[in-house]
Design a protein around this ligand. Structure first.
Ligand code: 5GP
Length: 179
């Protein structure tokens, strides 16, 4: 599919995203006061969301990155999750907050949270910018959520299309011109 020949429909504007991310940063800061917070950002999709979210946190926070297998160039999950790059630092006693761009089938987040629980943290919760509950294959509810969206393939604000367009500052849906 050639994205340039399609219509880009803005789903979430820069302003809407910014307002919500600020709110989330404030809420998380309040709830993690006095705790040893470590944010685990899932690459590559959540790098922009994480960068904005942690800058709205008013408490000390460690930031770590993990790489899991993702959609690549397709639009469908392969169904199996692999950890490509794991956290090397000790998480013992830390309150872990896993940050991702989107929860679709839920397989990635469920797998990562179970994996991190093996590392002896005090707690493991998750924060996602977007949630597509209609696509869920496993039971998981984001602890912190930006927006619930319909079952559509979205791009921008870290989310890719063929590994491009992550730098677009808003979230958009790609549709056919003659639709
Ligand atoms: P899940 O394991 O929940 O099915 O999918 C998680 C990952 O799939 C996300 O981190 C993201 O990389 C990718 N993904 C799921 N839905 C979309 C989408 O609508 N657009 C893009 N660009 N990636 C998606």
């Amino acid at each position: 599919m050639d994205i340039e020949k399609k219509v880009w429909e803005v789903l979430l504007s820069e302003e809407e995203i910014s307002t919500r991310v600020k709110e989330l940063g404030g809420q998380i800061s309040k709830e993690y006061i006095g705790k040893k917070l470590v944010v685990v950002s899932l690459l590559k999709g959540s790098f922009i969301f994480t960068a904005d979210l942690v800058r709205h946190m008013t408490i000390p926070v460690r930031v770590e990155f993990m790489t899991t297998s993702s959609y690549g160039h397709g639009e469908e999950s392969s169904g199996s999750v692999n950890i490509v790059v794991d956290i090397e630092k000790d998480l013992t006693g830390y309150d872990v907050l896993v940050v991702d761009d989107i929860t679709d089938s839920g397989l990635t987040m469920k797998f990562v949270m179970e994996h991190l629980k093996q590392k002896n943290p005090a707690s493991v919760k998750c924060c996602v910018l977007l949630d597509k509950p209609d696509r869920r294959k496993v039971e998981i509810e984001p602890d912190y959520l930006g927006f619930t969206i319909p079952d559509k393939f979205v791009v921008g604000y870290g989310l890719n299309f063929g590994d491009y367009y992550r730098n677009v500052p808003y979230v958009f849906v790609v549709t056919d011109k003659d639709r």
